[in-house]
Design a protein around this ligand. Structure first.
Ligand SMILES: Cc1ncc(COP(=O)(O)O)c(C=O)c1O
Length: 414
């Protein structure tokens, strides 16, 4: 027998094992100052490409004012308790109604965290007779929801529709016997690669396999589609999405999320979703703040247009400079490079300390060994100068990477 704490001391987890060297710099960095393209990191201004503040709402004066006024008026506690017991308000219901109208669904339920919403909704919707079919690159919150499922689950390789159909055939055989149902889960925009889920193709399979489709559109809400209503709107298949999820953590620059569907499904979630019945409801400033953000999203398409202008100039500029940015079809901009983990860390230090650029880096085990992804998130508040400077700097660091200059031991400054 092993003492639990002794075990934890020895095995600190895939990321935690590097915590001593990485904490405060590569992990848990502190970005200070107003949320904007230029923020303070370790006492110095850096050009920041790491936040999902897509529409630039985080520091919008009307947003700041609405947040401030609501916090002064209601405090952060109100309303107390779970929605079902004592935590409901007219504003919560108004926000649900406005979100439903925005994403063109009958009804919506607010959730405290997007992550928790996905886990809990999956848990709530299916039972052991049902089968889940899902994309292999789905976000951790979907994988964790699937882990709670007591019935069968089948995964298809990322966006492989032929394989998805194979899994649906397997699923159909099971539910024909069990009397259960099939739930397909995928994402609108995949947050690492930036490519869109093949929603239209999946929707087309519904006729043959009679399943319900649940789409996590965390990165799509506010950014995709002519009105920003998401990736279903973008692909012209919003009606075919049976259950739609959006977070407030990205375009809304807030916290919380929502799930939209037919009225009776949302009613079912309201009375059965454990993360909502057994947890406190969203505080009023969050709800009032979300209403303000939604109003701005709907009334100011120019924020989305500016975002896409920046996306195009960044992505086209990187491609013209010879960078591989994969198959992104969204603002998420991965730059794929080749090198070891020490090279990647040296490169990031160089980028931060000598070029004053702050962006996220993804390495093994999230991606295969030898692959480095530098992930850039353009927003509506970046400028052309930001874009041009970044492309130039990236070309410089790529040359250093290719010529082996990052191969030495870890740069001492960190
Ligand atoms: C695809 C996806 N789903 C769900 C979440 C979780 O959302 P939240 O941050 O609101 O918990 C995120 C973001 O972090 C995400 O990228």
């Amino acid at each position: 027998m092993k003492d639990l704490f002794e075990k934890i001391k020895k095995n600190r987890g895939p990321i935690g094992q590097h915590s001593k060297e990485s904490h405060g710099y590569f992990t848990f960095p502190k970005l200070e100052g107003d949320i904007a393209p230029h923020m303070i990191f370790r006492g110095r201004q850096r050009l920041n490409w790491s936040l999902n503040n897509y529409l630039g709402l985080a520091n919008h004066p009307e947003v700041r004012k609405a947040d401030e006024t609501a916090a002064a008026q209601y405090g952060l506690a109100y309303p107390m308790g779970a929605r079902m017991m004592s935590g409901n308000s007219n504003f919560h219901e108004q926000l649900e109604a406005e979100l439903s109208e925005y994403v063109k669904k009958q009804d919506s339920i607010l959730c405290n965290y997007g992550y928790q919403a996905m886990v809990s909704a999956i848990d709530c919707l299916v039972d052991r007779h049902d089968v889940i079919v899902y994309d292999a690159e789905c976000h951790a919150c979907i994988l964790d929801g699937v882990r709670l499922h007591m019935g069968k689950r089948f995964v298809f390789p990322h966006n492989d529709i032929a394989n998805c159909e194979k899994q649906l055939e397997r699923a159909k055989k099971i539910v024909d016997q069990s009397g259960g149902s099939i739930l397909v889960i995928t994402e609108g925009v995949f947050g690492m690669s930036g490519d869109q889920g093949k929603l239209k193709e999946i929707v087309a399979l519904k006729e043959k396999y009679n399943f319900r489709l649940f789409v996590d559109d965390a990165h799509g809400i506010g950014t995709m589609g002519p009105t920003g209503a998401g990736t279903g709107e973008e692909q012209g298949c919003q009606d075919g999405i049976d259950i739609y999820f959006g977070t407030f953590a990205k375009s809304f620059a807030l916290i919380g999320g929502f799930i939209s569907s037919e009225e009776h499904v949302v009613e079912y979630l309201r009375y059965n979703m454990r993360s909502q019945i057994f947890a406190k409801s969203l505080p009023m400033p969050i709800v009032v703040g979300a209403l303000k953000r939604l109003e701005l999203m709907r009334n100011h398409p120019e924020y989305r247009e500016k975002l896409w202008e920046n996306v195009r100039s960044l992505q086209n500029g990187l491609k013209a400079a010879g960078f591989n940015i994969g198959n992104t079809q969204s603002p998420v901009t991965p730059v794929y490079l080749n090198g070891s983990i020490p090279e990647a860390t040296n490169m990031i230090v160089d980028l931060r300390e000598n070029y004053n650029i702050f962006c996220s880096m993804v390495v093994y085990p999230v991606v295969p060994k030898g692959v480095i992804i530098l992930r850039l998130i353009p927003t509506a508040v970046h400028t052309n100068d930001d874009v041009e400077y970044t492309i130039k700097s990236f070309s410089a660091i790529e040359n250093k990477l290719k010529s082996g200059q990052y191969m030495s031991d870890r740069i001492a400054a960190v």
